[in-house]
Design a protein around this ligand. Structure first.
Ligand code: PGA
Length: 249
């Protein structure tokens, strides 16, 4: 059975003290949950946050990694480095990376490979812009993001991957996709996985929704058949809000 997952993407927020306090509070508030809870702080806080959550059920994730194993890439962080500070997950292809840093499906396929080779679980993000949705191109765009970024994987590799659907028009805007809109896309992705890998494999993959998830809309979203949790931005910076979202299951 696939896991229910709630991951908090802190983006470029928190200083060192804030990151430690937030991580501790989240771990304390969620010691009894059966949901997989992941915190995804900025790189510089990974070690501190890892220490803060040690011995708890909360897992550590990173926001990105480079596609090469090591070398002369000033300012970059490798998948091996992330593993060495106890990351379990790495977010790849967040729409902000795609938009502001020019990340393409091909590049992301290489990042997915290096992450898996280092025993990190990719949280692979996909999602359309408002323009693409209005032009009725969203299924085409999402279909290409998923197939070009992930379909070179074996079934076993795919099973170590999480997919996050995040419509760009819903990220940080306060506008959430309706539960029905989100479910429609999640079902589309699950069907795509089924066609390529078979129903058994497809049923094992957690597909998260992201984009203005809040305590008051999480329940409706998580009730949908193919929505297995959330990738939370803004609301993950407040431990009580993040916990309320986790408790929405
Ligand atoms: P948001 O961000 O919850 O602030 O909309 C979601 C994300 O970008 O992962």
């Amino acid at each position: 059975m696939r896991k229910n997952i709630v991951a908090g993407n802190w983006k470029m927020n928190t200083n060192a003290d804030e990151a430690i306090s937030l991580a501790k509070e989240i771990a304390e508030l969620n010691s009894n949950t059966t949901t997989e809870v992941i915190v995804i702080p900025p790189f510089v806080h990974l070690t501190n946050v890892n220490n803060a959550i040690k011995g708890t059920t909360v897992k550590l994730g990173a926001q990105n990694c480079h596609q090469a194993a090591s070398g002369a890439y000033t300012g970059e962080i490798s998948a091996g480095m992330l593993k060495s500070v106890d990351c379990t997950y790495v977010t790849l292809g967040h729409s902000e990376r795609r938009e502001y840093f020019g990340e393409t499906n091909d590049l992301l396929a290489a990042k997915v490979n290096i992450a898996l080779a280092n025993h990190l679980k990719p949280i692979y993000c996909c999602g359309e812009t408002l323009e693409q949705r209005e032009a009725d191109k969203h299924f085409e765009i999402i279909g290409a993001q998923v197939s070009e970024g992930l379909f070179h994987l074996t079934a076993e590799e795919l099973k170590n991957t999480v997919i996050a659907y995040e419509p760009v028009w819903a990220i940080g805007t306060g506008v959430t996709a309706s539960a029905a809109q989100a479910q429609e896309v999640h079902a589309f992705i699950r069907k795509q996985l089924t066609d390529k890998y078979g129903a058994d494999v497809a049923s094992e993959i957690s597909i998260l929704y992201g984009g203005s998830v809040k305590p008051d809309n999480a329940k409706e979203l998580f009730n949908e058949t193919d929505i297995d949790g959330g990738l939370i931005g803004g609301a993950s910076l407040k431990a009580t809000d993040f916990t309320a979202i986790i408790n929405a299951f």
